[in-house]
Design a protein around this ligand. Sequence first.
Ligand SMILES: [Zn+2]
Length: 182
Amino acid sequence: MEYFLQNLGKIVESKDIQGASGGAVEWARRVRELRNEDGYQILSHKDRANLKPNQYLMETSKRLPSFARNISKETRARVLERNGFTCQMCGLAAGDHDPFNASRTVRLTMGHIIDKSKGGSDTAENLRAVCTNCNEGLQNTSLPKPDRIHLLSQIRRATIDDQKAVLDWLAEKFNLEISAKD
Ligand SMILES: [Zn+2]
């Protein structure tokens, strides 16, 4: 761990990690533990195409929240697709402008429907897409879902361009081939 912290942002090789660990045979298991159990973002060739199989990179000492550590890529992809790549708390979509940071776009992460501390699992059924802002508690996450009449009235009042954007989004979400007539 100390070795990774000293080499933050630098690519390190397996032999150096093993050397730093005092020649421990089990160094690879320790790296896995740091990733999966402690949440350190130690990248390997599986995460980055420019890393070779014996190379590792830790860019930040920031740890992933405990719930994000053991969810497979497949589960993540399934949940994101099911939720239309949209934060289920605030409604922002991946790639929208981040309201808290003008230089960034919205990024989505996995949130638990039933909290892990209350026995919730890491299965797709118990997961939902949540943006990093909602996940960090930056937004008012108690925002209730809009009721149908209010939602429809908002769309009816919107500009044609915005209505078309809504139509495009719905068409994509429901896999429909629709295009607005001019
Ligand atoms: Zn959100």
